[in-house]
Design a protein around this ligand. Structure first.
Ligand code: SAM
Length: 211
């Protein structure tokens, strides 16, 4: 079902509308920023010489803000479907904002690091191969996926909504789809972590060839 003509999928209409607007106010603040900083310190320690990156589904920039604290000269780009969130991203310094769906984004330049955090789980599963291609074509070095993992595809209720949350082995599917990708490292962020609790996210850092 597509509930908004502007978009291909009902999930895009959902995030661009009231649910997406309300998500912004529920998810901001110093605790989230601290947890993101701790998470990306771990991930980025497995990379080197990053100068450019792009996040898909960046919301108001809580990951980008954390990363900019760690890599102070990094040039950031962000793709975000929700216009209220994109407006906040535009207020950040040195962030190139694409206020569109990842399904409409055409990679015209590549970055050192392309990533998603909590985006793939909200994509209509039939669209995942196209989204994996966008991620792959947006980076010439690293690709990072921070999402809910499940060994087989499952759908779960999301705050009482159906068809809005899917868990699977996103990184494994990308590694199968693109033989040129290799796994660099992976890890887990646990909600019971006493300092930097996070939503049980699993991260996978991959790279293209040996660059
Ligand atoms: C669960 S939030 C995660 C936000 C952020 N990545 C983080 O880690 O805090 C999902 C984000 O992806 C955005 N989003 C959902 N579907 C999208 C799509 N098709 N294209 C671009 N952004 C999308 C939502 O508007 C929202 O900002």
């Amino acid at each position: 079902m597509v509930s908004n003509n502007q978009f291909k999928t009902e999930q895009e209409a959902f995030w661009s509308g009231d649910f997406g607007d309300e998500y912004i106010d529920r998810n901001r603040g110093d605790r989230i920023l601290a947890a993101n900083t701790a998470l990306f310190a771990r991930i980025l320690s497995r990379t080197h010489s990053l100068h450019t990156l792009i996040e898909f589904g960046a919301n108001i920039g809580l990951n980008l803000t954390a990363i900019k604290r760690l890599l102070t000269d990094i040039k950031c780009s962000a793709v975000e479907i929700n216009q209220k969130a994109a407006a906040e991203l535009r207020r950040m310094q040195d962030v190139d904002v694409f206020p569109i769906s990842i399904l409409d984004y055409r990679p015209e330049e590549t970055r050192d690091f392309a990533f998603t955090k909590g985006l793939l789980i909200h994509i209509e599963p039939a669209q995942l191969p196209a989204v994996y291609s966008v991620l792959y074509c947006s980076s010439h070095r690293y690709i990072c996926i921070v999402e809910y993992y499940n060994p087989v595809p499952v759908e779960c209720a999301y705050r009482g909504h159906k068809g809005k949350l899917f868990k699977r082995d996103f990184a494994g599917e990308m590694l199968d789809m693109f033989p040129g990708l290799t796994l660099v490292d992976y890890g887990f962020a646990y909600h019971r972590d006493s300092n930097f609790g996070m939503d049980d996210l699993t991260w996978f850092l991959m790279r293209k060839g040996n660059v």
